[in-house]
Design a protein around this ligand. Structure first.
Ligand code: BG6
Length: 479
């Protein structure tokens, strides 16, 4: 029987803009999430073109990781983390993205964070861009629609590669790059929201701009992967996909074809480019039918070919169904929703919980690419209560994680080469889509609330002690 690898990377995942706060300290510039207000499940968060007095911008303080990182990493070490997936805020290093010289104080902060990880034997796994592009680049060139972003990004990567070459080995270029295939990606990942002031749910859509912007991200990603492979051969470079597994609602062939098309465009397209080094042929028809004309420059195809990833990573929270019947009940989900699956329960936010879907997804991914795979986000966003003894009895979260780990184990038996597992929001953080604090994922509770108040004190949840046992047994003791 196969088991989890001996060097399995157990850990957790966070991002800079959702945890650090200190949004304008020590020379940091303004990023897209810094311009976003809080929201809720019912009322979506908004992006504003200038700061509104009296409005809460959750990333500005977030959960204070910038000041609490030593304590937080110590808690992660206590759980036995082998890795911490975290991101570098581009705007700490290049405040507008366009400076000639980096900001030394920003570089110094991540030196200290990585040193703290290394002190405990925690391997940093760094997302280079996690939904936090400099807002100045939105204003200058409509975010990634502007081809000049490629050079700015390459420059940023050259600086951080050289600076952290002895501290960081694992890198992911863009968080959930395929979120750009969905409308909400214009704000989250592409920054194609120049001049837009309003809710995240109502951003005017522009397919041409989105797919052109994605092309620029592909080129940027491939260029920096080539630089890494040429100059830092010990680096391992990965992609990162938000995998929204979709099942046909029925065996009606129309449902099957519709599912296949959605799987291609939303889930496979970006990784086909990043793993295989070329645009897949099924995109031609999609581009033609949607009047999308990708402007490629001479040499782009070569760049894509030479900048493929070493490993594949993805986030997995839920699954959805697809049907051609427009009258079926729908469910919400991460980045995109779909048709409700009558066999599944859903989280408080309506995301359908599907542990077996993770086994299925791992098999699909590994079967397609045969390169090492890692689950770099997974978890249950839920309301947590502190009881009279000061404890947070989050058995619902333990149950979610346990059932998913069991299915990962099945996938390993199925032959999938699984490198590691970093549940999302290992410490409570600001929700990316709604800006809430109430939607908590952590093993570590943070006293911070939706209205922006809270002492920022940390508490260990019940899941903290459970996950520590899981890691200590290399995934064998799940109870
Ligand atoms: C992923 C993102 O899409 O899902 C994270 O990479 C995000 O940044 C996570 O926080 C969970 O989504 P949400 O909306 O619950 O924060």
């Amino acid at each position: 029987m196969k088991k989890f690898r001996e060097d399995f990377l157990w850990g957790g995942a966070i991002s800079a803009n959702q945890t650090e706060g200190a949004w304008n300290l020590d020379g940091k510039g303004v990023s897209v999430p810094d311009m976003c207000t809080n929201g809720s499940h019912e009322a979506p968060k908004r992006i504003t073109t200038s700061f509104e007095p009296g409005t809460l911008y959750p990333s500005h303080e977030a959960v204070g990781f910038y000041h609490h990182y030593k304590k937080d990493i110590a808690l992660m070490a206590e759980m036995g983390f082998k890795t911490l997936r975290l991101s570098i805020a581009w705007t700490r290093i290049f405040p507008t993205g366009m400076e000639a010289e980096p900001n030394e104080k920003g570089l110094d902060f991540y030196d200290k964070v990585f040193d703290e990880c290394i002190k405990y034997g925690i391997e940093p796994l760094v997302t280079i861009s996690h939904y936090e592009m400099p807002y100045a680049l939105v204003e200058k060139c409509n975010g990634w629609e502007g081809r000049e972003c490629i050079d700015y990004f390459v420059n940023y990567c050259k600086v951080i590669f050289e600076r952290y070459k002895n501290k960081v080995k694992y890198w992911l270029t863009f968080n959930e790059i395929n979120s750009g295939t969905a409308r909400v990606g214009s704000l989250l990942s592409l920054g194609t929201v120049k001049g837009y002031n309003g809710p995240i749910s109502e951003i005017p859509d522009n397919l041409q701009a989105r797919f052109q912007a994605l092309h620029h991200q592909f080129i940027a990603s491939a260029k920096v992967i080539k630089i890494a492979h040429d100059s830092y051969p010990h680096f391992k470079m990965g992609n990162m996909i938000v995998f929204i597994t979709m099942y046909p609602f029925t065996c009606n062939p129309d449902d099957i074809i519709s599912t296949q098309q959605k799987m291609q465009i939303q889930n496979w397209f970006c990784s086909d480019v990043q793993v295989r080094g070329e645009y897949p042929s099924y995109m031609d028809r999609f581009f033609e039918e949607n009047n999308i004309n990708i402007k490629m420059e001479a040499g782009d195809e070569e760049v894509l070919k030479k900048g493929t990833v070493d490993f594949y990573t993805f986030s997995y929270y839920m699954t959805n169904c697809v049907s051609v019947d427009k009258n079926l009940p729908t469910s919400s989900g991460n980045i995109v929703g779909g048709i409700k699956n009558p066999y599944l329960e859903a989280s408080d936010w309506g995301w359908q919980i599907d542990p077996k879907g993770l086994r299925y997804t791992l098999n699909e991914i590994y079967g397609r690419y045969q390169i090492p795979v890692m689950v770099v986000e997974n978890g249950l966003g839920a309301y947590d209560e502190i009881d009279e003894d000061g404890m947070i009895q989050d058995y619902y979260r333990i149950d979610y994680l346990r059932t998913h780990i069991k299915e990962m184990y099945e996938a390993v038996q199925d032959g999938v080469d699984l490198m590691g597992y970093t549940p999302w929001g290992c410490i409570d953080l600001v929700s990316a889509t709604s800006g809430e604090m109430a939607k908590r994922y952590g093993f570590i509770y943070v006293e911070k609330y939706d209205d922006g108040t809270g002492s920022l004190a940390r508490r260990k949840k019940e899941s903290f002690f459970w996950y520590k046992r899981v890691i200590a047994s290399n995934g064998e003791k799940l109870n």
